[in-house]
Design a protein around this ligand. Structure first.
Ligand code: NDP
Length: 242
């Protein structure tokens, strides 16, 4: 599997799955445009990649339209093209219909759905030129309903539907669009979303029953799936949730 010569624009590269994906893709020869909010973490991830000096990064907050515009413009100014867009950045919020505020709902939908919509919209003309592809990071929560994370479930279901629709729209133009629906992956996501250490420990214990393999996944394992979908090995795959 090779991504040599492919320009990959990856969001959420400063942590977790995105950080692992940056390192994984760099080893496959991808030319990376990495983005995230935490500049220090972005720098650390660049240093872990193959040929750190060649990695391009754009600090940006995906809830701001001007930042999304900056990511695409800077990537094109730097590399002249985009072959792959990986929409990975995301957050989780806990809450039910009785206690999720509109503010929480908006923050979640702006980060997990609206940003993907706008970034994809701006990247598509470039992806049509390269006959490139998009990999969206959804979640098992997009397919199944889990209690206590209502807005997150809704946001990921939207990512799944977005993937299928855009895949149909862009297939005639040679652009593939797929998504990945991981179960629990060992990152900071849940704790950043408000889970205490104690709750997180219990959550991980439950993965023994809730996950067919009896364990949570590692960021590297998701990175490998992203790499496959992004590569030419997946040239006949579009509109699929993995
Ligand atoms: P992390 O919290 O480790 O990473 C999330 C990434 O998203 C960070 O790089 C973060 O940037 C970025 N991000 C969040 N909000 C914004 C924003 N407003 N603007 C720009 N960047 C932002 O979580 P994961 O790596 O676990 O999550 C990655 C994706 O995987 C998410 O979409 C998540 O929903 C999905 N997922 C995760 C699972 C899990 O169990 N971990 C399971 C299924 C799906 P920064 O740190 O710089 O703020």
């Amino acid at each position: 599997m090779s991504l040599a010569g492919k320009v990959v624009l990856l969001t959420g590269a400063s942590s977790g799955i995105g950080a692992a994906t940056a390192v994984f893709l760099s080893k496959l020869g991808a030319q990376l445009s990495l983005t995230g909010r935490n500049v220090e973490n972005l720098k650390k991830v660049c240093e872990e990649c193959e040929e750190p000096s060649s990695i391009f990064s754009v600090p940006a907050d995906l809830t701001k339209e001007s930042d999304i515009e900056k990511i695409v413009k800077n990537t094109i100014d730097h590399y002249g093209k985009i072959d792959v867009l990986v929409n990975n950045a995301g957050i989780i919020e806990t809450g039910t219909i009785e206690n999720t505020s509109l503010g929480q709902y908006d923050r979640l939908m702006n980060t997990n759905v609206r940003s993907i919509y706008y970034l994809t919209m701006l990247a598509v003309p470039h992806l049509i030129k390269t006959k490139g592809n998009i990999v969206n990071i959804s979640s098992v929560n997009g397919i199944r309903s889990f209690p206590g994370v209502l807005a997150y479930n809704v946001s990921k279901a939207a990512v799944d539907q977005f993937t299928r629709c855009v895949a149909l729209e862009l297939a005639p133009k040679g652009v593939r669009v797929n998504c990945i629906n991981p179960g629990v992956i060992l990152t900071e996501l849940q704790k950043r979303g408000g889970m205490t250490e104690e709750q997180y420990a219990a959550f991980l214990v439950r993965t023994k029953e809730t996950h067919a393999l009896g364990r949570p996944g590692q960021p590297d394992e998701v990175a490998a799936t992203i790499a496959f979908l992004a590569s030419d090995l997946a040239s006949n795959i579009t509109g699929v949730s993995v």
